[in-house]
Structures are given as C-alpha cells and as structure tokens.
Design a protein around this ligand. Sequence first.
Ligand code: PGA
Length: 253
Amino acid sequence: MPIRILIVDSYQELSQLSAGFVAEMVRFKPSAVLGLATGSTPIGMYEELVRLHIEQGLDFSKTTTFNLDEYVGLSESHAQSYYTYMRRNFWDCVNIPSDQVHIPRGDAGDLARECEEYEEGIERAGGIDLQVLGIGTNGHIGFNEPGSDFGTKTHVVRLSESTIEANSRFFASSNFVPREAISMGLQTIFRSRRILLLADGESKARAIRQMVTGDVTPQLPASLLKQHADVMLMVTRQAAAELPEDVVKLSGT
Ligand code: PGA
C-alpha cells in the first residue's frame, strides 16, 4: 500500500493537523497507546494538543504513551534529557497519569535489561496504536541510524556523526552530545498499528525524497515504512521540495 502523503503550507498547519490526527485517535479510543517522539518537529503538535486539552477538554486520563528514545547517560533531571522535554512540552500540561507515561531510562544500571523491559512494557500495553515519528536528515527514525537491522527491538544504539552534529544545537557543543541512546528498534516501530511521520524544513527534503522514491534499504531506515500498511507522511512544502511533480500532485493538497 503506497504511503499517504499530505503536503502542508506551514509549520503551524503541520502542528495543527498532526495534533488533530492524534486527538482523533484519543477521542475514538480513549485508552489508546501512543508512541511519541521528541526533537524540534513535534513541539508545535504538543502545543496544539495541550491547547485542545485546555480549551476543548481533550482527555488523556486513559491514554498510555511510550517514547521512542532517550540518551544514554543522562538522568531524568538533565535539562537535555527527553524525559525533561516530555514533561515540559506534554506530560505536565495535560491530564495523563504519571504511571501511564513511559520513556527508557538512559541512566539505567543494566541497559540491556532496561531495553528488554521497555519492549515487554509495550507488549503488555497491547502494542502501539499510533506512533508519531520525526525523521533525521540521514533518514533515521527513532535513533535507528543508517545500516540498522530491520529486525531490531528496543536496543542501545551508537549515534552517527551526522546525528551528533544535528543535535549539538541543544548542547553547549557537540562534545556534550551523548554518543549512545536507547531506542525502540525498527521492528518495534513497524509493529505499531498506525504511523504518522512528520517532517519540516529543507534539511529533510533529501531524506523525504529518498524515502518516497527510493528502494527499501537499511541505508535509509525510514524507507522500511513503505512496507507498512498504515503510514501517513505529513510534510511541509519545504520538506517536500525535492519530491517529483507527480507525487506532489497526488499529495492531497
Ligand atoms: P528534529 O529531529 O525533529 O529535531 O528535526 C528529528 C529526528 O532526528 O528524528
């Protein structure tokens, strides 16, 4: 089944439509299990979900969430941990009970065990109904870098140089960016029943073109999603800039 592509005009529209997509899932199934992403791209989506919660009573009290990844070595309280990001941008701003949110512990003593337990937690919750993803400039999803095995479950990954460089904007310098992370594996992500991938900015245009027009290859982890039955790619015009004309015409805008 071809990936559905929606090209939108602005970051604001991307944020509103992606939040609407998530909100629809939560309204339809209040006990939905959401897979969540961090990074710059979904910040506007979280803002909009918080607005829907405050102004329209969007109810997360029965929702469960699992985040994609966390840096190894950062404690929850570290300013750049994804735990801190999630509290600041979402968990603390809506009515989701704290025992229903999950993110790998980057400072776990036994990382292999942490990975196993995280994967088991997802299974126990019944699997992920809707996984929100960003995409790296190198085509990574979660922290599954080019060359990742399609069969991986939650595991410890080494960040590629390009990811360390891209993420250094959040740290004092690239020297402070952790070299490893715990990430859901490609198989974990692929098992989600529905996937929403968001991309904004020219820096993502090449990865988006390769994903949409290229072969399925471990060199571009996001290409795996072409084999998934229910994927929505929501991209701004900037991120869609390198897509061929015929694809743009079919994109629903
Ligand atoms: P970004 O990151 O949203 O900060 O661009 C996405 C990613 O690296 O997966």
